[in-house]
Design a binder for this molecule. Structure first.
Ligand code: MN
Ligand code: MN
Length: 467
């Protein structure tokens, strides 16, 4: 049958208007590729539940792919692959490009810390014959979401003699899990009067770790004592050791496919491991890039990029200085000619709660990776706000490689807001824009992403390293 001729209005609309397509409708063949890609991603989520675990996982992948530890004195040639670990909590990987560093470089920074509950330095107590850990939440959480779900304990203890103990319990079949209890509805009338934000208060985030007493008459706090004894049997630690520890309480669940069609992934910690994993894979798969790549998976974004493993420290700048020194150039020229993707998630429009977004400018599940020009709160406060020229460069790369991408704002104006590492990257005199994955239920114990979006973030990062 002959196709109907288009009307002038239809033609003009095609020429002038822009609509962001749904990937599944326009390119259904991508589903199989996305499904396959996300099997690796889910394994990364299950094995990397803390920044240290993510660094270990990433280091293994890099070493397997032929990356060598970075030597700050060595001159490298195009195609060489190196990595550098910062204090076990951040990792940088580089593939040396064919063009000199002063002509440009490609930086991709994602973060591997996620909202969670950290143990306090003196966490163990007993009350009414139950033993507990006291926690201090890390990052922005909605506290009520963390009750009544199985929790696992991950982390490290640095003992008095400096030896390290790794802890990971609640993940293997047969492992015990931990939990924060909440009130039954029958007795929650008073609690129900609290605001949602106060539904569970910070000091109520107490994790149950034991209920049986150490078997000895008249000993004080016998349930706490038995819990400490069992931890001592298993890990050789004592109560004072918690002061020298970094222990995180995280959801015990494994990453799962969501929906009959398995189009989504649910898991904790996808902000921002959903960008970190594709960034890492794109780095590894870039064999002979035009420009030198610097892929960094960093810590502490969720609490303001603080500390010397976060991006508000100079550790990346120092790394760039080493690269510049070895190449005999000035790092300042490297920075001002570098181009960076700050790879972080954005808030997808939730059809159940549409009013917090401007639908014209919100990202949507299944429409590809999100290019976020600015984040911030109120009048873009705390944002980077990428320039028109930077937007042009990035969009040209994505379009050329047929990557599905969309735009996003972090909510409607004055509803809330947030930031990413982009502002800290810009501080180094580096051009940067946020490119990430849209997420439903961000910072919850079960964040949701679309596999097609994850796959297109990976394609975006590959495209970036190709140009
Ligand atoms: Mn993030
Ligand atoms: Mn976050």
């Amino acid at each position: 049958m002959e196709e109907k001729e288009k009307t002038p209005g239809q033609l003009l609309k095609e020429k002038l208007c822009w609509e962001i397509p749904s990937i599944a409708k326009e390119a259904p063949e991508q589903n199989a590729e996305a499904q396959a890609f996300c099997e690796g991603y889910k394994d990364f989520l299950d094995k990397g539940k803390t920044e240290r675990e993510c660094v270990e996982y990433a280091e293994n992948m890099l070493v397997k792919a032929g990356y060598a530890p970075f030597d700050s004195k060595k001159a490298y040639k195009p195609g060489d692959k190196v990595y550098f670990v910062n204090r076990k909590k951040a990792i940088i990987a580089t593939t040396f490009g064919q063009r000199p560093l002063t002509e440009g470089s490609r930086l991709n920074f994602a973060h591997i810390d996620s909202p969670r509950l950290d143990l306090k330095p003196n966490p163990v107590f007993e009350k009414q014959d139950l033993a507990y850990f006291k926690t201090h939440y890390y990052g922005g959480i909605r506290k009520y979401q963390w009750t009544c779900i199985p929790l696992a304990m991950h982390g490290v203890v640095c003992k008095a003699d400096g030896s390290m103990v790794n802890i990971c319990i609640g993940e293997e079949p047969g492992d015990p899990v931990f939990v924060i209890s909440d009130l039954l509805p029958h007795l929650a009338a008073e609690q129900n009067k609290r605001t949602l934000a106060e539904g569970i208060k910070g000091e109520e985030l107490n994790v149950i770790i034991g209920s049986l007493p150490f078997d000895e008459k008249d000993i004080k706090e016998p349930v706490k004592l038995l819990a400490l004894k069992l931890m001592n049997d298993k890990y050789g630690i004592v109560e004072k050791d918690f002061v020298r520890a970094e222990i995180e309480i995280v959801p015990a669940a494994k990453a799962a496919d969501v929906g009959f069609d398995r189009g989504l992934i649910g898991a904790a910690g996808q902000d921002d491991r959903v960008c970190a994993y594709p960034a890492l894979v794109a780095e590894i798969e870039s064999k002979a890039p035009l420009y030198t790549t610097i892929t960094a998976l960093v810590d502490k974004e969720e609490i303001g990029s603080v500390g010397n493993t976060g991006l508000d420290s100079d550790f990346i700048l120092h790394y760039i200085e080493y690269l510049a020194q070895n190449a005999g150039v000035d790092y300042k020229d490297v920075c001002k000619n570098a181009l960076c993707m700050s790879s972080d998630v954005n808030a997808a429009l939730d059809p159940t709660f549409p009013s917090v977004h401007d639908p014209l400018n919100a990202s949507n599940i299944g429409k590809g990776c999100v290019v976020t020009k600015y984040t911030g709160a109120r009048g873009k406060g705390g944002s980077n706000d990428a320039s028109a020229e930077v937007m042009q460069k990035i969009i040209a790369m994505l379009d050329e490689e047929k990557v599905y991408w969309q735009i996003g704002e972090l909510g409607a104006v004055d509803v809330g807001g947030g930031g990413t590492v982009a502002a800290y990257v810009a501080h180094m005199d580096i051009d940067v824009v946020d490119v990430g994955v849209p997420v439903l239920g961000m910072h919850s114990p079960f964040e949701i992403v679309s596999k097609l979006d994850v796959y297109n973030a990976y394609k975006a990062y590959l495209a970036f390293y190709k140009h």
